[in-house]
Design a protein around this ligand. Structure first.
Ligand code: ES4
Ligand code: ZN
Length: 326
């Protein structure tokens, strides 16, 4: 059929992908063996069968355990390289990767190891796949703002390899304003700013991500449809939402894809994008997110064009280069 073919073939940017969430069970096992790290699963199938989530926290527990096999610069390179190869097949031509340094520095892996491995994979992706890729460092919101400040300090020697700062991990009980001081500092340093908000948390967290943290994009933001004034604000200011339909499905944010509010957000004039979030855990990369969501919600070709255009418009590509895509 023509619509799925359009969805698969159209060039697109992916703006919401946690690189640690692209670690497939096969690679987790290979790295565990390479590094002599013990994991509490005997087989790839046993690990995959543990991927039955009821909410965000039930996923995060397994996601952080999976990341524990990453030790060397080559591990980070291999993980990112596998993602880039897979994304290129889905006609992703630009991507902005989240990474969670605190997950690694807490285990004694240095910031240098993490950033060097990921950055080298970004450079090679451009040369070998024609895929442009940049890095967004996320603070873990279940940890303290003091811990985020220490992480920022460790990252400063690599600031020219990091385009932006994000906020992720368990949302409810950890509102954006918990990180107001460190985000103000990141803003002074000239980083782009984004934050997860309104994934499981209330519209109030989207408001404070915008007005206190002063982020340029909202990651997820699907709970915004519960607040009409917030919807008007997002539309008026064309604040991008990086929506992740299969993630929302697997974490039970919506009972099924047909109930997803992607169409409602688009129809309200919001700058919505479609993304994969943690594709190894949520059962699909970019094209699966597009084809399954379009099939379930009855979106059409004009929505596909809008979503692709939005993904480039919402990206942190330089304005001069952006014109090539839009
Ligand atoms: C995440 Cl789906 C999601 N939400 C919040 N934080 C995350 N980190 C990785 N995936
Ligand atoms: Zn996310």
């Amino acid at each position: 059929h023509r619509l799925p073919e359009l969805l698969r073939q159209m060039p697109k940017a992916e703006l919401h992908i946690h690189i640690e969430g692209s670690l497939e069970p096969e690679l987790i096992f290979a790295l565990a063996q390479r590094n002599g790290v013990a994991i509490p699963y005997r087989t790839v199938e046993e690990l995959r069968s543990a991927y039955a989530f009821t909410n965000l926290q039930s996923f995060l527990d397994i996601y952080y355990a999976g990341a524990s096999v990453l030790l060397t610069e080559q591990d980070f390179y291999d993980m990112a390289q596998a993602y880039f190869a897979r994304a290129a097949k889905d006609h992703v031509v630009h991507t902005e990767l989240f990474f969670d340094p605190q997950t690694h520095t807490a285990r004694g892996v240095s910031m240098e190891t993490v950033v060097n491995g990921l950055h080298r994979a970004c450079v090679d992706a451009k040369a070998e796949l024609g895929l442009s890729a940049s890095l967004i460092m996320c603070f873990l919101r279940h940890l303290s703002e003091e811990d985020a400040f220490a992480t920022l300090e460790q990252a400063l020697p690599y600031r020219d390899r990091i385009i932006g700062i994000g906020l992720d991990s368990g949302e409810v009980g950890n509102p954006p304003e918990k990180f107001s001081r460190v985000f103000a500092r990141c803003r002074e340093l000239g980083f782009h700013l984004v934050a997860h908000a309104g994934e499981e948390g209330p519209p109030a967290y989207v408001w404070t991500a915008l007005d206190v943290l002063k982020v340029e994009r909202i990651d997820h933001g699907v709970q915004s449809s519960k607040d009409a004034a917030l919807m008007r604000r997002l539309a008026q200011d064309r604040i991008p939402l990086t929506v992740c339909p299969l993630s929302n499905l697997k974490l039970c944010v919506f009972p099924d894809l047909a109930s997803h509010n992607l169409r409602q957000l688009l129809d309200a004039g919001l700058a919505v994008t479609v993304n994969s979030d943690d594709p190894a855990y949520f059962g699909g990369y970019m094209n699966e997110n597009f084809t399954q969501t379009f099939a379930a919600t009855g979106l059409a070709a004009q929505h596909a064009y809008a979503l692709a255009r939005n993904s480039f418009e919402a990206s942190f590509i330089d304005a001069s280069e952006k014109r090539v895509f839009i």
